[in-house]
Design a protein around this ligand. Structure first.
Ligand code: NIG
Ligand code: FE
Length: 415
């Protein structure tokens, strides 16, 4: 049996425990442990407490004693990304900054369809490689769990290629990748039938494969005027639910409608919500659906942020994710984006950190991560500062110096 491992002492350790899933949070609700240590057994946390006490309580343990001042946070959970893709959309970005809108570019043949074309051209192993590269980059910034969507294949065969690539990427990175099927991203331009026929084909031909090949248990759809309608998606989601898939929705990005569908189908999360009004905010807040803000898309498109403050004040659960994709959100730096959302939406440290830890985990229905306590995965990051407030204050410029995933050190800046 492997020896127990004790890491510490940390000047500040934020276990993110004892906080509610829903509603506003203030910083004085945060538990801040001083001179703390984490005792690790294999992939999990065995105990958290005073470093000195843990050191004297256990004999025959491996001790990794830190020099200098560190703050320890749970591994971040990025609950919404599209990091499996081919090509680049740098030209879309230039066009947007020259005055064209995201939807105008899409109508002219660019946008998501452009990435579909480039993704279809890529081999499975090229997609795997790109996904691993991006996942490892996220990992170095403290993101230890990453949701990854398909949705640039848009045929049974090409969606399968993407989902196999995500599965293979998961085996080649230390981060945990959680796959989601987004075959209902847009109606592919080369599909000879209607949206209804496309969705019927996907649900009949692809859904059973997702189960039998163990590719994903999550189904997403983009509900928008330029994508799928709220009524059109109903039978697709009904079928997905009957087959036992969890639902998540790209909702209210440019126009409302998606969040209502998310609530109706008891989705795990409704993501985007930049266009949500008080009606949608109240609806979501009353439900169990996690509202996921994607500030990376607002920054990428130069448009409004999700009304995060209003969602929290109404009593909603707010996760924050990067939406990392080649089109609307090319940056892919969750911590930076979450701190910027915090500055514009007036979020407390507790609310921002909850959004990228246990509230993000909840959007993925993962109850084994997002907080640091006994029995949870030993996923955590160290920041070189004695004061946790410095992390968001530096607006993403203070990156972790060390990252642990499932009890192993997977990144060390000094090495
Ligand atoms: O979440 N809104 C739809 N889908 C993605 C963007 C994908 C793309 O532009 O390639 C999003 O922003
Ligand atoms: Fe997205």
């Amino acid at each position: 049996m492997k020896k127990l491992k004790l890491i510490g002492p940390f000047k500040n350790l934020l276990p993110m425990t004892g906080l509610p899933l829903k509603g506003a949070l203030s910083d004085n609700q945060l538990v801040v442990l001083h001179d703390a240590g984490i005792l690790i057994a294999g992939e999990h946390i065995k105990e958290i407490g005073s470093f000195q006490e843990l050191k004297s309580k256990f004999s025959d343990i491996e001790i990794q004693e830190l020099q200098g001042d560190h703050t320890c946070l749970p591994g971040f959970v990025d609950a919404h990304t599209h990091i499996c893709f081919g090509g680049s959309r740098a030209n879309d970005y230039a066009l947007r900054n020259a005055g064209k809108t995201y939807l105008e570019i899409a109508k002219a043949g660019g946008g998501i369809w452009d990435t579909v074309t480039q993704t279809r051209k890529a081999s499975k192993s090229e997609l795997t490689k790109g996904t691993v590269k991006r996942a490892n980059r996220h990992l170095k910034t403290g993101v230890t769990t990453i949701e990854v969507k398909s949705g640039y294949g848009l045929s049974v065969e090409e969606e399968l290629k993407m989902l196999y690539a995500i599965k293979e990427a998961n085996a080649s990175t230390s981060a945990d990748l959680i796959a989601t099927c987004l075959a209902a991203h847009i109606l592919p331009k080369d599909y000879p039938g209607s949206a209804e026929q496309y969705l019927e084909e996907i649900s009949t031909m692809l859904f059973p494969k997702l189960k039998s090949e163990n590719l994903t248990n999550r189904v997403d759809a983009f509900i928008e005027e330029s994508a799928f309608s709220a009524t059109g998606i109903a039978s697709y989601f009904k079928k997905a639910k009957t087959m036992g898939f969890d639902i998540t929705v790209h909702a209210d990005q440019f126009s409302t409608g998606g969040s209502k569908v998310a609530v109706k189908f008891n989705a795990l999360s409704a993501d985007h919500l930049e266009a949500s009004t008080q009606i949608e905010i109240d609806l979501l807040a009353k439900s169990d659906v996690i509202a996921t803000a994607l500030p990376g898309a607002s920054i990428g498109l130069g448009s409004a942020f999700t009304p995060a403050r209003k969602l929290l004040d109404a009593g909603g659960a707010l996760a924050i994710a990067s939406d990392h994709n080649p089109g609307s959100a090319p940056m892919g730096d969750l911590l930076t984006q979450a701190t910027i959302l915090g500055a514009f939406e007036k979020l407390s440290n507790a609310e921002v950190l909850a959004g990228i830890t246990f509230r993000g985990a909840s959007a993925l229905k993962l109850s084994d991560r997002g907080t640091l306590e006994e029995g949870m995965l030993a996923d955590f990051s160290l920041f070189h500062t004695p004061n946790y407030q410095e992390i968001l204050y530096n607006q993403g410029n203070l990156k972790p110096c060390v990252v642990f995933k499932r009890g192993e050190k997977v990144f060390d800046k000094h090495k």
